[in-house]
Ligand binder design. Structure first.
Ligand code: SF4
Length: 83
């Protein structure tokens, strides 16, 4: 049986993640400006996740978080100190 897990994918790229990604977008919008990672930094964090061997099916295999949620708050960082 083949492995169909999507490595290096974000929720926004997974068909089955669409509803959850809408929740992530709403969650980001609800964060205060003091708390929310600015858009450019958010995308830069996600680019690093996409290139990381620990990303699997939108989830960081080091911390168990969906990376789009973990990257949303500027005071929360990568468990491997990549961002
Ligand atoms: S949070 Fe860090 S360890 Fe996890 S997938 Fe992203 S870059 Fe990799």
């Amino acid at each position: 049986m083949s492995d169909t897990r999507c490595r290096r994918c974000l929720l926004r790229e997974l068909a089955e993640g669409a509803a959850l990604y809408e929740s992530v977008k709403a969650y980001r919008q609800e964060l205060s400006e003091d708390t929310r990672t600015p858009d450019g930094e958010f995308e830069a964090r996600l680019d690093l996740c996409r290139a990381c061997r620990y990303l699997q099916n939108a989830t960081c295999m080091q911390c168990g978080c969906y990376v789009e949620i973990r990257a949303a708050k500027k005071d929360i960082h990568c468990p491997m100190e990549k961002w």
